[in-house]
Design a protein around this ligand. Structure first.
Ligand code: DGI
Ligand code: FE
Ligand code: FE
Length: 195
């Protein structure tokens, strides 16, 4: 994708996602794309990059888990044991990053990384990575998760504080399920946790 993009290229990605995803996932995707754009406005990030990363962040979500594992094996993408056993929850982020680059023509590493780390986060995220991670949690169509009103408000004020709150809630939620915690999610929380 050339650095000088026009709306038509974003529009093409929107249309591709409309075809690729279930209607519920597509509506969530639009919510993330527009929320990420608004966060980019508030935090002086590139709005179009936020829009593209938001549109593509769940592009692999409709694939069967075994298909995602097969793509990773073929492309020699490293999978942690937890990712391998939870492909639809976790692996879709890495597969999505791969497809963004190899199927949808995204060349900017920051956009690709924002897709790659949208589920677990990672320590020392870029501003765009933080914005996409947060937009995925707060987009208007999300069911009201814990502390949602507060998290939605602080997202437009302080990205790192918002990350800490989301990560704490995600880890607390995972402890109520039998979901194993990925090392990267734990490391991200340790990094953003304020003592
Ligand atoms: O793809 P989405 O549903 O829009 O959202 P997402 O990509 O942020 O997350 C998908 C799920 O992954 C969500 O229920 C939280 C979960 N998750 C986040 N970190 C971990 C995790 N699941 C496991 N098992 N381990 C983690 O470390
Ligand atoms: Fe996702
Ligand atoms: Fe999502």
């Amino acid at each position: 994708m050339s650095p000088k993009r026009n709306l038509t290229e974003t529009e093409k990605l929107r249309q591709a996602m409309e075809k690729e995803l279930s209607s519920g996932r597509y509506i969530h995707t639009l919510g993330v794309a527009y929320t990420a754009s608004c966060l980019a406005m508030a935090h002086e990030e590139d709005m179009e990059n936020a829009m593209i990363a938001g549109l593509l962040h769940d592009c692999a979500k409709g694939m069967h888990g075994s298909e995602q594992v097969a793509i990773c094996e073929k492309a020699r993408i490293h999978m942690s044991a937890v990712e391998r056993s939870n492909p639809s929850a976790l692996l879709h982020a890495k597969v999505g990053a791969y497809l963004a680059e190899h199927k949808y023509g995204v060349t900017q590493p920051d956009i690709i990384n924002a897709i790659r780390y949208h589920t677990t986060g990672r320590p020392d995220m870029s501003k765009l990575e933080k914005i996409v991670y947060i937009a995925d949690y707060i987009e208007p169509g999300r069911k009201p998760l814990a502390d949602m009103d507060m998290i939605r408000r602080i997202a437009f004020q302080d990205l790192d504080w918002t990350l800490e709150k989301i990560l704490a809630n995600t880890l607390a939620y995972l402890q109520t399920t039998d979901g194993q915690i990925d090392d990267m999610t734990a490391k991200t929380y340790q990094y953003y946790k304020r003592v």
